[in-house]
Design a protein around this ligand. Sequence first.
Ligand SMILES: O=C(CO)[C@H](O)[C@H](O)COP(=O)(O)O
Ligand SMILES: [Fe+2]
Length: 210
Amino acid sequence: MDKKIIIAPSLLAADFSKLREEITEVEKLGAEYLHLDVMDGNFVPNISFGAPVISSLRKHSNLVFDVHLMVNEPDYLIKDFADFSDIITIHAEATKHLNRTIQLIKSFGKKVGVALNPSTPLDVIKYDLDNIDMVLIMTVNPGFGGQKFIPEMIQKIKDLRKINKNIDIEVDGGINDKTAKLVKEAGANVLVAGSYIFSGNYKEKIDSLK
Ligand SMILES: O=C(CO)[C@H](O)[C@H](O)COP(=O)(O)O
Ligand SMILES: [Fe+2]
């Protein structure tokens, strides 16, 4: 059975001077998740926003808060983020003890996502798949919005969908109306889009991704 397609606008591309209005708008237009990119300037070369910004938005939205931690050794952040997140996604490349970090997120009753950089093989999560709710296949190298989709990731999505029919497969980076079609056909069901949605007509953009 095909999984429902979920749209997750990435706050990174929103107008930072009016975040509350931006998230209210995308929620009204049919987005289900809000994708929140936390960058530490270490795992990735960029710094974005952190817990204070996200927690202050929590009371203004019913969207599923989908936090993408691009942070080295993220265990120290999990307890704080659990207070206002629904899904916490960590990078397999960023933690020495992936299984421990997964268990830590689960201990707070939160959904667990594991992100894989474009060059990271699916094998690294083979023995953890039963404990993961969502796999985030990075379709660009992490750290920046507005990059070009890496087409080789289509095969990676197909390979994962073949291994597991039920797991949520999220894609992140370079998603637009054209790449959305390709990733959906390959088996992805959670589509993150930043620059595509937040440039232009939000309704048309969200509808075109679905
Ligand atoms: O994790 C990310 C970057 O590391 C962002 O979620 C991603 O880049 C979304 O931006 P865009 O849709 O503009 O590519
Ligand atoms: Fe992201």
